[in-house]
Design a protein around this ligand. Structure first.
Ligand code: GUN
Length: 288
């Protein structure tokens, strides 16, 4: 059996096109142009690429993009002052502070300083709490993208057994909350889980978010399961080059799963598209 490939790239392109039409409508109706501010501290090359792509896609959707690039030695006080300015700026509806931050800055303190209504990452404790209690907050972008792909693939998720491998605040925990909201039976597995392979084998939906290249093997997957691979790992390839692989051993998994997201071109493109969706949501709510 060969699994169906879940085309996140195509889905994300359609979502961005839809967002573009909604942005145009919002502008026409209320005169409001959704604005996204992205803050990058330091010179991490991978983060710089993400930030550049975010800027391009934000403008393509008809939104305003504000980029703030700060020196690696920026103090916590200076970053907090910038966040306060962005909170007060009516042209800014979404604020994203790119993580990780340099070690002199307390990440939790910065995330807590962002106005929850502008927290398009969904990382503020208010939004984490709203997600856990069924409220209408802003939802972290990567798990939101995963749920969209799952619902598109499977329709009603109710009653399915979902296993999320990874317990990060950015992916694992919010992913589990979203699956619970869809009435799945949810297990969060992690590095200390006993017999992780057996746990994974029980899943109708398997979400891999561990950050370890090709960690999840083909024989850990229940035949016909839907596999969502959140991992983006750079590994050495022939000729001194590198290549991207997920957290799932794709060549093995594709023979067992019913459907699977490839890496690249699966979950990755959904994250920025959902960031734009959250910015549109925040802008709409600011209009009232
Ligand atoms: N760094 C890696 N992923 C993310 C993300 O989703 N949001 C932010 N702010 N930083 C990140």
């Amino acid at each position: 059996m060969t699994a169906k490939l879940i085309d996140g790239k195509a889905f994300a392109a359609e979502l961005r096109a839809w967002i573009g039409t909604e942005v145009a409508e919002l502008k026409a109706e209320s005169g409001v142009t959704p604005g996204l501010a992205v803050v990058l501290v330091g010179e991490d090359p991978a983060s710089a690429v993400y930030v550049k792509n975010k800027g391009i896609q934000t403008r393509e959707a008809g939104m305003a993009s504000f980029e703030h690039k700060l020196a690696p030695e920026t103090s916590e006080a200076d970053l907090l002052a910038l966040v306060a300015r962005l909170n007060a700026d009516p042209a800014v509806h979404g604020i994203l502070v790119q993580l990780p931050l340099p070690q002199q800055i307390d990440e939790q303190k910065v995330l807590a300083a962002i106005d929850p209504r502008k927290d398009v990452d969904g990382f503020h404790v208010v939004n984490v709490g709203l997600l856990a209690t069924g409220g209408a907050g802003l939802v972290p972008c990567t798990p939101l993208g995963c749920i969209m792909l799952l619902k598109d693939q499977l329709g009603d998720l109710s009653g399915l057994k979902a296993v999320v491998v990874g317990r990060s605040n950015i992916v694992g925990k919010p992913m589990a909350q979203l699956l619970l909201k869809e009435s799945c039976t949810v297990t969060i597995a992690h590095s200390r889980t006993r017999d992780l392979a057996a746990e994974c084998r029980s899943a109708d939906i398997l979400v891999a978010a561990v950050g370890r290249p090709e960690f999840i093997r083909g024989d850990w997957i229940k035949p016909g399961a839907t596999v969502i691979d959140v991992g983006i790992n750079r590994v050495p390839a022939d000729g001194g080059k590198t290549r991207l692989v997920g957290d799932v051993a794709f060549a093995e998994a594709v023979e067992v799963a019913g459907a699977i997201t490839p890496v690249p071109g699966g979950v990755g493109p959904m994250t920025i598209a959902c960031l734009l969706a959250n910015t549109l949501t925040a802008a709409r709510r600011s209009v009232g």
